[in-house]
Ligand binder design. Structure first.
Ligand code: ATP
Ligand code: MG
Length: 190
């Protein structure tokens, strides 16, 4: 049932994207903290993987949609786990740039053949070493992921060596947090 509902949700997202109805909410997200919490939660859910994180203490924010950005990270983590052997390392890093964050998810799995790298973000693309009998899925996760990243003003790319592993990178614009000033009148009322 979980797998079926996931497939249906993916298909609904594709139809939203195709018809320009994918809504992105805008709220401030403290990015480093958000990624750390999310990896921690996934780590507890998938306990046979060795997750490593390298995330700075950076208080800057990404303005975006929490649920959609969680979907981006969950898709990349899911692929990293799905296409790598049990017990292998998965590393998540956040790198601070002048006006952006570069987030990366790295695995030591089956990798992607060089001639397929250009297609991984296409709708319904599945690698030739990836059959539906050994790995489930429709080939939509990365297509949706790319759309979400781009709608947040970011870019996504992949670096991979067949048989050695894969790293997905994406950028998101970083901003200084806006400090909310408390009005004296509002304080008097509380
Ligand atoms: P789903 O729609 O459930 O995500 P999927 O995982 O097959 O299905 P994508 O996440 O879009 O679809 O990935 C597309 C293809 O890219 C995969 O079928 C696989 O061939 C390749 N791929 C993606 N991530 C990795 C990875 N970390 N290592 C190796 N191959 C990968
Ligand atoms: Mg996937």
């Amino acid at each position: 049932i979980d797998r079926m509902s996931r497939l249906i949700l993916e298909l609904l997202d594709v139809s939203r994207i195709e018809t320009g109805r994918l809504e992105i909410r805008r709220e401030p997200i403290v990015w480093a903290q958000f990624v750390r919490d999310l990896v921690h939660r996934q780590h507890t859910a998938i306990s046979d993987r060795r997750f490593h994180v390298s995330i700075p203490d950076d208080g800057r924010i990404v303005t975006g949609d929490r649920d959609r950005l969680e979907q981006v990270l969950a898709n990349l983590l899911e692929n990293a786990v799905k296409y790598s052997p049990d017990g292998s390392d998965v590393t998540v890093t956040v790198e601070e740039k002048a006006d952006s964050f570069v987030t990366a998810v790295c695995d030591r799995g089956i990798g992607i053949p060089t001639d397929e790298l250009a297609q991984v973000f296409e709708r319904f693309h599945r690698g030739r070493h990836v059959s539906s009998t050994n790995y489930g899925g429709l080939g939509l996760g990365l297509y949706i992921t790319k759309q979400i990243v781009e709608r947040h003003g970011g870019t996504i790319w992949v670096d991979s060596k067949e048989g050695q592993g894969t790293t997905f990178y994406f950028t998101l614009p970083a901003e200084e947090p806006k400090h909310v000033t408390v009005q004296p009148t509002a304080m008097a009322q509380t």
